[in-house]
Design a protein around this ligand. Structure first.
Ligand SMILES: NC(=O)c1ccc[n+]([C@@H]2O[C@H](COP(=O)([O-])OP(=O)(O)OC[C@H]3O[C@@H](n4cnc5c(N)ncnc54)[C@H](OP(=O)(O)O)[C@@H]3O)[C@@H](O)[C@H]2O)c1
Length: 321
């Protein structure tokens, strides 16, 4: 089968490890199902895998991809839930110490077939195209949990999204707008800020620009480059919800501001299967059309990765099979 895979860890030159080629069709273990993806989303996580972050050298070659929407052998249309945990674990899957994400232990979804435990497929709403459904499982699920499980925001309150055009950022903007929050966004170019406005941002600002008022919650996936701004943006008692550190993971903790203003800093990772079910229902009911900025056939996967590495994202990048 055709697949997009990482041949080896390449910390300094991730594109050198990227290949599109033939891989062996996977066996389907008992209790697992084969999904034939129609579309699959790219995520920064795939770049980390190419760089060798999160899995040991002996796990390569590894098929990339944590996101997909496709068809089961019985014809059902499904979305893949990419968190694979201990089958005996009960409760929040993201807290299972033995959980892995597709591509960390099991082969990923940028392929003509991906196999997952039967509980890891969820019915796809008819209103979502395969391409739109293919971006739900990682960036959108992460944004959903940050917003609705972690933040404590109430409709009418003000949120700040650091980064305008990325996968997590665009999901936060579209979900936050639909949920009735006031959405402010920072971005690195006028084009990216225009995109944020088109997706529903109520206020847009250059990265690091002083804001006209404090916010209740800042959502930060950028890390070092935006952390100080996120801290300064909060009202007393406000919160930063952090899911990533693209630009570096060691910003100043700004402890005086943290304790004096009684700020809350909370980490967030992926989401539960139930949160993905709820996300799909919300997107369906609210009529949200997830922003896909680039769609290319699997054979041209390299073009999608180049755009992501060059920060030329404008929403999600999707490969079609
Ligand atoms: N914990 C989890 O479960 C989880 C899940 C999904 C993603 N993540 C992490 O979250 C991060 C974002 O993922 P993604 O898929 O959304 O990536 P992406 O699509 O490549 O987006 C990157 C975003 O980061 C912003 N950015 C990057 N460098 C910046 C800098 N120096 N200054 C200001 N903004 C900067 C970009 O802002 P502009 O729009 O202004 O260019 C863009 O919005 C990654 O680190 C990823 O690993 C974590």
């Amino acid at each position: 089968m055709l697949a997009v895979y990482a041949s080896e860890p390449r910390p300094d030159d991730p594109l050198e490890a990227l290949h599109v080629g033939e891989r062996t069709e996977p066996e389907v273990p008992a209790g697992w199902v084969a999904v034939r993806p129609a579309a699959a989303g790219l995520n920064m996580h795939d770049v980390w895998t190419l760089r060798g972050v999160g899995l040991s050298a002996e796990r390569y070659p590894m098929i990339l991809g944590t996101d997909a929407a496709g068809v089961l052998d019985n014809g059902d249309e499904v979305v893949v839930y990419p968190v694979i945990g201990d089958p005996h674990w009960s409760g929040d899957e993201t807290l299972d110490p033995h959980r892995t994400l597709l591509t960390e232990k099991h082969q990923g979804a940028l392929a003509q077939t991906v196999v997952v435990p039967a509980r890891n497929v969820i019915h796809k709403p008819a209103s979502l195209s395969m391409s739109h459904a293919a971006v739900m499982g990682t960036a959108w699920l992460t944004a959903y949990r940050m917003l609705f499980t972690k933040s404590g925001l109430r409709p009418g309150q003000r949120m700040l999204v650091q980064g305008a055009s990325g996968g997590v950022s665009t999901a936060l903007i579209q979900l936050g707008h639909a949920a009735g929050f006031t959405v402010w966004v920072t971005g690195r170019s006028p084009e990216k800020l225009a995109l944020a406005e088109r997706l529903g941002a109520h206020g847009v600002f250059a990265s690091g620009e002083r804001l006209p008022a404090k916010v209740d919650v800042a959502f930060d996936s950028v890390g070092q480059a935006t952390w100080a701004h996120s801290m300064r943006a909060l009202r007393p008692g406000g919160a930063i919800i952090c899911c990533g550190s693209t630009s570096g993971s060691a910003p100043s903790a700004d402890l005086q501001r943290l304790f004096f203003l009684q700020l809350r800093v909370e980490g967030s990772t992926m989401g539960t299967r139930q949160e993905l079910v709820d996300l799909l229902a919300f997107v369906d009911q609210a009529g949200i059309v997830p922003e896909v900025g680039m769609e290319v056939p699997i054979a041209d996967a390299r073009e999608g990765f180049k755009e992501m590495l060059a920060s030329k994202t404008a929403g999600k990048i999707v490969l079609t099979m």
